[in-house]
Ligand binder design. Sequence first.
Ligand code: NDP
Length: 443
Amino acid sequence: MTYIEEVLSKLNTKYFYEKEFLQASKEVLESLKDVVSEHEDFYRKNLILERLTTPDRIISFKVVWKDDKNNFQINNGYRVQFNNCLGPYKGGLRFHPSVNQSILKFLGFEQVFKNALTGLPLGGGKGGSDFDPKGKSDTEIMSFCQAFMSELYKYIGPDIDVPAGDIGVGGKEIGYLFGQYKKLTNSFHGVLTGKGISYSGLLGRKQATGYGLLYITKALLESKNISLKGKTCVVSGAGNVAIYAIEKAQQLGMKVITCSDSNGYIVDENGIDLDLVKKLKEVERKRISEYVKYHPEASYFSGKGVFKVKADIVLPCACQNEFDLEDAKACVNNKVICILEGANMPLTIEAINYIKENGIMYIPGKASNAGGVAASGIEMSQNSYRQSFSFEDVDRQLEVIMRNIFNNISLTANKYNKIDDYMFGANVTGFFKVVEALIEQGI
Ligand code: NDP
């Protein structure tokens, strides 16, 4: 048995119930086959893969809060501090009923590699709760955030662990979390990113993941002498990542014809009306189905299916495992040029294998959605300097970082004769960086 097979088998036995974490570790470890086999004994002796797949610690706590009817409610809260070899733990908080330890371990594990790719001094972590913000009033959200932070504040700090937003945690939630942290610690510093601009947040952070996704798409297509202008695009989701991916795609001259939420999707062949999506999702927090009330010429379909819509470029920006083998087959039939992940692990392993085998270019989330955490790294610098960077500065830095990521992962892929295998390039580039630091710092 190879070292990788040995570690995967141990993980499968020990964490058989952690489906998403096993999926993420399998995807990464299997792609490291060629590099690990070069120095297998060394890696085995130093337990490198075991150390990479085991979080430094998992903090799990109860969150008790009161709803508007004065009833007590209880949720689970977590912070997975995965690896801080490269810097303070860094990664978002997710509030969604599906949140459990497996999902947060998968996200924390991916985050370690992603943060390494940004070139910034950031370790990897992830956290959140099974709290569902949907349908909750502002006072309920505030009450929950305060209760959540009353426990989490003990474990985080600007040089220890710096959480940000993720699904269900936007500017509003970050504000309530920050307010409570400040109250409990009597200190004002950059312990969270994604903060409001009025209290030391970064101009451009909100846009960064979506914009970054398009900057790397541009870098990829330019490397193949393909222009983005006039290309049609399928985007899934209608949250933070999707909205700003659509915005930048439109600025670059593409036509985005879809967006979605967990109930269904919109197809608008005239191009998505982004102002309307922002109004529905960012301001009114309504369902995406409302879109057709304003645009009766567009169509709403309930359920899955957004990736079957014909377009040149596909950007999944909603959630993990939203894109399966059937979607992959549809994209191959539709002659899609490339698929880049805005969300974390939106493609199943079968879907990835199928599109790669059939010549669709693919960049995994740990490279293509790294713009968000890169901007968070810039926000941390801004807070340490006690200065404010301009939107233009941040946007320029973001584009440079995304181009560097693309160049680095392509170089690594080429070096191992895996031309255009950006998944291999991303995993191996991140792996080398983290492992070097891990070894240099001893056990
Ligand atoms: P939001 O909460 O702002 O939006 C999430 C979107 O995905 C919503 O439209 C939501 O619909 C939809 N969605 C959620 N669950 C499902 C599901 N089971 N099926 C279909 N659609 C679903 O989150 P973000 O935009 O911030 O995050 C989206 C993805 O991007 C996540 O995978 C996140 O981890 C990743 N990401 C986010 C970064 C960021 O900076 N925000 C950085 C890097 C990665 P509904 O409203 O119905 O729930």
